[in-house]
Design a protein around this ligand. Structure first.
Ligand SMILES: *Cc1c(COP(=O)(O)O)cnc(C)c1O
Length: 220
């Protein structure tokens, strides 16, 4: 089933949209089924689980950390993580930079924006992100590479609201790109859209979707 689901989702995605297969809570066998179908990018939201799966599974998998990351746990994923989606404050970004430096790596990250009408979701607002990018010490962070933005829409049936929230995130991306990353060819990623809303997200400019349950089945 996983293989079938994956192929169906992929057939639905425009070729310029990257699929992150969200495998959180799912066993290694499930990931291997997707792997054997050709999938190489997987997303996890817990550090311990991500680290265990990294150790057990093929080394050509690209692991994305998509969940709420605490600063004190960055060190565990710094050696191998491919992209950290959820950079939700400046302190966390500095910690990622420090741990990346220790590992002799440059780690790709996305700035997470709070676009939903739910307090449980974290992220910068527009002014906070602006402040960080304009901070004198920001340019000293040489071991991080800001690749773009990430956000989650409100969990709702109201399609217009979801549309508005994704549109807002894409606007932020465009503004930040033209103001701070104009000459940076790496600032390209708009990570938005999950199983329930990825089609809307793509209409609103997403080029990276994070899809779990549609591929792997419902989580407990
Ligand atoms: C769990 C999760 C997803 C995937 O959710 P599905 O609804 O199962 O597709 C995407 N993004 C984040 C940040 C998540 O935590």
């Amino acid at each position: 089933m996983i293989s079938e689901n994956l192929l169906k989702v992929k057939a639905n995605l425009p070729s310029d949209v990257t699929l992150v297969a969200v495998s959180k809570t799912k066993p290694n066998e499930a990931i291997m089924e997707a792997y054997e179908t050709g999938q190489r990018i997987f997303g996890e939201n817990r550090v311990q689980e991500l680290t265990d799966k990294y150790k057990a599974l093929p080394k050509d998998i690209e692991w994305h950390m998509i969940g709420h990351l605490q600063s004190n746990k960055v060190k565990y994923i710094a050696p191998f993580v491919t992209l950290i989606h959820g950079v939700h404050n400046y302190k966390l970004l500095k910690e990622i930079n420090k741990r990346a430096k220790n590992e002799g790596r440059i780690i790709d990250v996305l700035i997470q924006f709070h676009i939903a009408q739910e307090d449980s979701k974290s992220g910068f607002n527009f002014d906070e992100a602006k402040e960080m990018l304009e901070d004198d010490n920001f340019s000293l962070l040489e071991n991080i590479n800001i690749r773009g933005v990430m956000g989650m829409a409100t969990f709702t049936d109201n399609k217009e609201q979801i549309q508005d929230e994704f549109r807002t995130l894409n606007n932020y991306f465009q503004i930040f790109k033209s103001h701070y990353f104009k000459f940076n060819e790496n600032f390209t990623v708009v990570s938005m859209g999950m199983s329930g809303d990825y089609e809307i997200a793509i209409e609103e400019g997403s080029n990276m979707v994070r899809i779990g349950s549609t591929i792997f089945g419902e989580r407990n």
